[in-house]
Ligand binder design. Structure first.
Ligand code: GDP
Length: 204
Protein backbone atom coordinates (compact mmCIF):
# COMPACT_ATOMS: atom_id res chain seq x y z
CA UNK A 1 0.00 0.00 0.00
CA UNK A 2 1.19 3.51 -0.81
CA UNK A 3 0.30 6.38 1.52
CA UNK A 4 -0.97 9.24 -0.58
CA UNK A 5 -2.44 11.34 2.16
CA UNK A 6 -2.29 11.45 5.95
CA UNK A 7 -4.21 14.03 7.91
CA UNK A 8 -4.72 14.71 11.60
CA UNK A 9 -8.41 14.59 12.51
CA UNK A 10 -9.11 14.90 16.23
CA UNK A 11 -7.86 14.18 19.77
CA UNK A 12 -10.22 12.80 22.41
CA UNK A 13 -10.33 11.48 25.91
CA UNK A 14 -13.72 9.95 25.29
CA UNK A 15 -14.30 7.07 22.91
CA UNK A 16 -17.84 8.31 22.26
CA UNK A 17 -16.43 11.49 20.70
CA UNK A 18 -14.11 9.65 18.30
CA UNK A 19 -14.90 9.87 14.55
CA UNK A 20 -17.87 7.90 13.24
CA UNK A 21 -16.57 4.32 13.06
CA UNK A 22 -17.29 3.86 9.38
CA UNK A 23 -13.78 2.98 8.25
CA UNK A 24 -11.26 0.30 9.25
CA UNK A 25 -9.09 1.42 12.14
CA UNK A 26 -5.60 0.47 13.32
CA UNK A 27 -4.27 1.61 16.68
CA UNK A 28 -0.66 1.97 17.81
CA UNK A 29 0.35 1.68 21.43
CA UNK A 30 3.42 0.97 23.54
CA UNK A 31 5.44 2.19 26.50
CA UNK A 32 6.20 5.86 26.37
CA UNK A 33 9.41 6.48 24.45
CA UNK A 34 9.12 3.19 22.58
CA UNK A 35 9.29 5.09 19.27
CA UNK A 36 5.57 5.21 18.48
CA UNK A 37 5.45 8.74 17.06
CA UNK A 38 8.57 8.08 14.99
CA UNK A 39 7.03 4.88 13.64
CA UNK A 40 3.78 6.64 12.70
CA UNK A 41 5.73 9.41 10.98
CA UNK A 42 7.85 6.85 9.15
CA UNK A 43 4.79 4.88 8.00
CA UNK A 44 3.03 7.99 6.74
CA UNK A 45 6.27 9.51 5.46
CA UNK A 46 5.43 12.70 7.30
CA UNK A 47 7.90 13.67 9.99
CA UNK A 48 5.48 16.19 11.48
CA UNK A 49 2.34 14.07 11.77
CA UNK A 50 2.64 12.53 15.24
CA UNK A 51 4.26 14.42 18.06
CA UNK A 52 7.66 13.01 18.92
CA UNK A 53 9.28 13.30 22.34
CA UNK A 54 10.37 16.80 23.16
CA UNK A 55 7.45 18.04 21.13
CA UNK A 56 4.70 18.21 23.73
CA UNK A 57 1.45 17.24 22.09
CA UNK A 58 -1.70 15.50 23.01
CA UNK A 59 0.16 12.42 24.08
CA UNK A 60 -2.47 11.55 26.68
CA UNK A 61 -5.31 11.51 24.19
CA UNK A 62 -6.73 9.17 21.60
CA UNK A 63 -5.42 10.79 18.41
CA UNK A 64 -7.16 10.00 15.13
CA UNK A 65 -5.59 10.41 11.70
CA UNK A 66 -7.20 9.62 8.37
CA UNK A 67 -5.02 7.87 5.83
CA UNK A 68 -5.75 7.88 2.09
CA UNK A 69 -9.30 8.99 3.04
CA UNK A 70 -9.80 5.27 3.55
CA UNK A 71 -8.73 4.17 7.03
CA UNK A 72 -8.08 5.55 10.50
CA UNK A 73 -4.71 5.41 12.16
CA UNK A 74 -4.93 5.92 15.91
CA UNK A 75 -2.10 7.07 18.13
CA UNK A 76 -2.91 5.93 21.67
CA UNK A 77 -1.22 7.22 24.84
CA UNK A 78 1.92 5.45 25.96
CA UNK A 79 1.60 3.20 28.97
CA UNK A 80 4.03 3.03 31.88
CA UNK A 81 4.84 6.71 31.84
CA UNK A 82 6.69 7.46 35.07
CA UNK A 83 5.93 11.17 35.28
CA UNK A 84 2.19 10.91 35.80
CA UNK A 85 0.40 10.34 39.08
CA UNK A 86 -1.21 7.06 39.99
CA UNK A 87 -4.70 8.53 39.62
CA UNK A 88 -3.87 9.94 36.19
CA UNK A 89 -2.53 6.54 35.17
CA UNK A 90 -5.77 4.96 36.29
CA UNK A 91 -7.73 7.42 34.16
CA UNK A 92 -5.59 6.62 31.08
CA UNK A 93 -6.06 2.93 31.80
CA UNK A 94 -9.82 3.37 31.86
CA UNK A 95 -9.80 5.47 28.71
CA UNK A 96 -7.63 3.02 26.79
CA UNK A 97 -9.55 -0.04 27.92
CA UNK A 98 -12.86 1.59 26.98
CA UNK A 99 -11.52 2.58 23.58
CA UNK A 100 -10.08 -0.87 22.88
CA UNK A 101 -13.21 -2.69 23.91
CA UNK A 102 -15.82 -0.36 22.47
CA UNK A 103 -14.48 0.75 19.11
CA UNK A 104 -16.39 -1.43 16.64
CA UNK A 105 -14.20 -0.74 13.59
CA UNK A 106 -10.90 -1.49 15.33
CA UNK A 107 -9.24 -4.14 13.16
CA UNK A 108 -5.99 -4.57 14.96
CA UNK A 109 -3.77 -3.04 17.62
CA UNK A 110 -0.08 -2.75 16.89
CA UNK A 111 1.79 -3.13 20.16
CA UNK A 112 5.23 -1.57 19.94
CA UNK A 113 8.11 -3.20 21.74
CA UNK A 114 11.60 -1.71 22.01
CA UNK A 115 13.91 -4.20 20.30
CA UNK A 116 16.83 -3.23 22.57
CA UNK A 117 15.41 -4.76 25.71
CA UNK A 118 14.77 -8.15 27.22
CA UNK A 119 11.06 -9.06 27.50
CA UNK A 120 9.44 -6.68 29.99
CA UNK A 121 6.57 -7.63 32.29
CA UNK A 122 4.66 -4.42 31.54
CA UNK A 123 4.47 -5.31 27.83
CA UNK A 124 3.63 -8.95 28.43
CA UNK A 125 0.91 -7.91 30.89
CA UNK A 126 -0.58 -5.58 28.31
CA UNK A 127 -0.63 -8.32 25.66
CA UNK A 128 -2.26 -10.68 28.14
CA UNK A 129 -4.95 -8.08 28.76
CA UNK A 130 -5.58 -7.74 25.02
CA UNK A 131 -5.89 -11.51 24.84
CA UNK A 132 -8.45 -11.54 27.63
CA UNK A 133 -10.46 -8.92 25.79
CA UNK A 134 -10.05 -10.89 22.53
CA UNK A 135 -8.64 -7.90 20.71
CA UNK A 136 -6.51 -8.82 17.68
CA UNK A 137 -2.97 -7.50 17.88
CA UNK A 138 0.42 -7.70 16.24
CA UNK A 139 3.78 -6.89 17.75
CA UNK A 140 6.02 -4.26 16.15
CA UNK A 141 9.61 -4.18 17.36
CA UNK A 142 11.08 -0.67 17.15
CA UNK A 143 14.54 0.92 16.91
CA UNK A 144 16.11 -2.07 15.18
CA UNK A 145 19.01 0.13 14.00
CA UNK A 146 20.15 0.83 17.56
CA UNK A 147 21.83 -2.54 18.03
CA UNK A 148 23.70 -4.95 15.83
CA UNK A 149 21.33 -6.91 13.63
CA UNK A 150 22.15 -10.18 15.42
CA UNK A 151 21.41 -8.66 18.81
CA UNK A 152 18.11 -7.16 17.63
CA UNK A 153 17.14 -10.52 16.12
CA UNK A 154 17.97 -12.27 19.39
CA UNK A 155 15.93 -9.83 21.50
CA UNK A 156 12.93 -10.12 19.19
CA UNK A 157 13.16 -13.89 19.20
CA UNK A 158 13.36 -13.93 23.00
CA UNK A 159 10.22 -11.85 23.19
CA UNK A 160 8.34 -14.12 20.80
CA UNK A 161 9.54 -17.17 22.74
CA UNK A 162 8.28 -15.59 25.93
CA UNK A 163 4.88 -15.12 24.28
CA UNK A 164 4.92 -18.76 23.21
CA UNK A 165 5.06 -19.77 26.87
CA UNK A 166 1.50 -18.58 27.32
CA UNK A 167 -0.03 -18.27 23.87
CA UNK A 168 -1.05 -21.03 21.54
CA UNK A 169 -1.22 -18.77 18.53
CA UNK A 170 1.50 -16.19 18.02
CA UNK A 171 0.51 -13.30 15.81
CA UNK A 172 2.81 -12.02 13.14
CA UNK A 173 5.48 -9.58 14.29
CA UNK A 174 7.46 -6.89 12.47
CA UNK A 175 10.95 -5.56 13.04
CA UNK A 176 11.22 -1.85 12.26
CA UNK A 177 13.49 1.16 12.34
CA UNK A 178 12.01 4.61 11.91
CA UNK A 179 15.47 5.93 11.14
CA UNK A 180 16.27 3.41 8.42
CA UNK A 181 12.66 2.99 7.24
CA UNK A 182 13.12 -0.69 7.94
CA UNK A 183 9.90 -2.76 8.01
CA UNK A 184 7.76 -0.02 6.47
CA UNK A 185 6.84 -1.89 3.31
CA UNK A 186 5.90 -5.11 5.13
CA UNK A 187 3.79 -3.32 7.72
CA UNK A 188 1.92 -1.24 5.13
CA UNK A 189 1.35 -4.29 2.98
CA UNK A 190 -0.09 -6.14 5.96
CA UNK A 191 -2.41 -3.24 6.84
CA UNK A 192 -3.48 -3.10 3.18
CA UNK A 193 -4.37 -6.79 3.25
CA UNK A 194 -6.47 -6.36 6.40
CA UNK A 195 -8.26 -3.37 4.85
CA UNK A 196 -9.05 -5.43 1.73
CA UNK A 197 -10.44 -8.19 3.95
CA UNK A 198 -12.56 -5.67 5.85
CA UNK A 199 -14.13 -4.31 2.68
CA UNK A 200 -14.50 -7.78 1.15
CA UNK A 201 -16.48 -8.73 4.27
CA UNK A 202 -18.91 -5.88 3.52
CA UNK A 203 -19.89 -7.54 0.21
CA UNK A 204 -20.84 -10.88 1.71
P1 GDP B 1 7.14 7.79 21.63
O1 GDP B 1 7.21 8.46 22.96
O2 GDP B 1 6.83 6.33 21.77
O3 GDP B 1 6.25 8.48 20.64
O4 GDP B 1 8.62 7.80 21.04
P2 GDP B 1 9.32 8.76 19.98
O5 GDP B 1 8.91 8.43 18.61
O6 GDP B 1 9.16 10.18 20.40
O7 GDP B 1 10.83 8.28 20.13
C1 GDP B 1 11.52 8.33 21.37
C2 GDP B 1 13.00 8.53 21.09
O8 GDP B 1 13.52 7.41 20.36
C3 GDP B 1 13.29 9.76 20.20
O9 GDP B 1 14.49 10.33 20.64
C4 GDP B 1 13.44 9.17 18.82
O10 GDP B 1 14.27 9.94 17.98
C5 GDP B 1 14.06 7.81 19.12
N1 GDP B 1 13.68 6.80 18.11
C6 GDP B 1 12.43 6.45 17.77
N2 GDP B 1 12.44 5.48 16.81
C7 GDP B 1 13.74 5.26 16.53
C8 GDP B 1 14.41 4.37 15.62
O11 GDP B 1 13.81 3.59 14.87
N3 GDP B 1 15.78 4.40 15.65
C9 GDP B 1 16.48 5.24 16.46
N4 GDP B 1 17.82 5.18 16.40
N5 GDP B 1 15.90 6.08 17.32
C10 GDP B 1 14.54 6.10 17.37
Amino acid sequence: MEINSAKYLISNVDVAACPTPNKPEFAFIGRSNVGKSSLINMLTNNQKLAKTSGNPGKTQHINHFIINYDWFLVDLPGYGYAKVSRSQRKEFGKMISKYLQERPNLICVFVLIDSRHKPQAIDLDFLRQLGEWEIPFNVVFTKSDKNKQSETARNCKNFVNKMKEEWEYIPRSFITSAVKYHGRKDLLQYIGELIDEYYAGDDE
